[in-house]
Write a protein that binds this ligand. Structure first.
Ligand SMILES: Cc1cc2nc3c(=O)[nH]c(=O)nc-3n(C[C@H](O)[C@H](O)[C@H](O)COP(=O)(O)OP(=O)(O)OC[C@H]3O[C@@H](n4cnc5c(N)ncnc54)[C@H](O)[C@@H]3O)c2cc1C
Ligand code: SF4
Length: 328
């Protein structure tokens, strides 16, 4: 691990100034659960770590009926899991937090850190000078790729590791980005960067920019939502495939909604064509199963992960039916 300065600004302007020219100079330290392993594995080597936990107001959770939910980036995963308002109005968010990592990591890990964490690809975390680390080759393409993506990859086939991002995407969340010059808000799906655009970074934040808020719209009346995550171990594990579903219904039909996926793509993923089909879909086992057969139809699985496609389709079908109370 390299030597670094450890700085504790007390406002966003100071934090942004300290971040300087980018990750070689300085990086944000929130809960540190990802940052410490990145440092120990020499994946990153900033000269300064900027601990933002001394900045007031960044761990607020505010819910206003009709307006929705505002979360600070330092809200912990545990706080999301346990917050009664989130559990009541946004079950999908609480359920994603509930199955994330382990109690220790949920106590420390923050929402901002979770959305900005680096990929878990074992070549990237190991001693491989792969494409994402400035090298010339993606080792996973021809190598061990069971946990890599099946859609939207190339030239780098990572999956995005964040559970919270998948739930927030289904909820149509927005992210606020702070710089001293301007504060801008963008939809969460524009926050993540696909490898075809830039395979060396996962999000749009530029040097000096800080994620300062996450906003979730007010839930429409009668909204149903849930999160299902397939893991190889019961705890302390990333999603092999995960699905978040958010929808409204009238009688036995869906009136509108959205499904999003983790573990299948380099960014939290939505199948827009499938989401359009959700409006009007009958909530019967036959209709839902048939609709799910078309999910992720552009998928191009790698040598070891073709199993992810039926897994994603089955998880989605069973989640939609379960939320609607239709026997499986
Ligand atoms: C064993 C293990 C299992 C895990 N399992 C899961 C899992 O199942 N699901 C899952 O989703 N995650 C999982 N994680 C990841 C963990 O949840 C995240 O590491 C945690 O939420 C990150 O939060 P943090 O506050 O610790 O981030 P940090 O480690 O402090 O930071 C992570 C990254 O985010 C950047 N960052 C932090 N805050 C901001 C901000 N406000 N603006 C801009 N950049 C910022 C940092 O610079 C850094 O690059 C696991 C991690 C481990 C070690
Ligand atoms: S998937 Fe991406 S991070 Fe993994 S080896 Fe290939 S280029 Fe590197």
């Amino acid at each position: 691990m390299n030597h670094f300065e450890y700085l504790q600004p007390t406002d966003l302007a100071e934090a942004s100034r300290l971040l300087g020219d980018g990750p070689d100079e300085a990086m944000i330290f929130a809960g540190g659960t990802d940052m410490l392993s990145l440092l120990k594995d020499d994946v990153v080597a900033p000269r300064k770590l900027i601990n933002i936990k001394g900045i007031p107001g960044l761990d607020d959770i505010r819910y206003t009926p009709g307006n929705g939910l505002v979360l600070g980036p330092l809200v912990t995963i545990r706080a999301i899991k346990e917050n009664p308002t989130i559990r009541e109005h946004y079950p999908v968010l609480a359920e994603a937090a509930d199955v994330l990592a382990s109690p220790q990591l949920r106590n420390l890990g923050t929402l901002g850190g979770n959305l900005c964490q680096r990929p878990r690809c074992w070549y990237f975390r190991g001693d491989f000078d792969c494409l994402r680390k400035g090298g010339a080759t993606c080792y996973a393409l021809e190598g061990r790729n069971k946990y890599h993506c099946i859609i939207g990859g190339h030239p780098c086939v990572i999956v995005h590791p964040s559970d919270m991002a998948v739930a927030l995407l289904a909820l149509d969340a927005k992210v606020t980005i702070y710089t001293p010059e301007e504060t801008r808000q963008i939809p969460l799906n524009e926050f993540f960067v696909r490898p075809a655009e830039d395979y060396e970074r996962e999000h749009v934040l530029k040097p000096g920019e800080i994620m300062s808020r996450i906003e979730v719209p007010a839930p429409p009346s009668g909204m149903l939502s849930g999160y299902r995550k397939f893991m190889e171990r019961a705890v302390w594990d990333f999603a092999v495939v995960s699905v978040a579903a958010v929808f409204t219904r009238s009688g036995d039909r869906i009136t509108g909604g959205r499904v999003s996926f983790g573990g299948v793509a380099p960014v939290p993923w939505q199948d827009e064509a499938f989401n359009r089909k959700l409006s009007g879909l009958r909530l019967t086992k036959r209709s839902v199963t048939d609709a799910c057969k078309t999910l992720l139809s552009g998928a191009e699985p790698l040598s070891e992960n073709a199993f992810k496609l039926p897994l994603a389709r089955n998880l989605t079908g069973s989640l939609l039916l379960e939320l609607a109370g239709v026997p499986l």
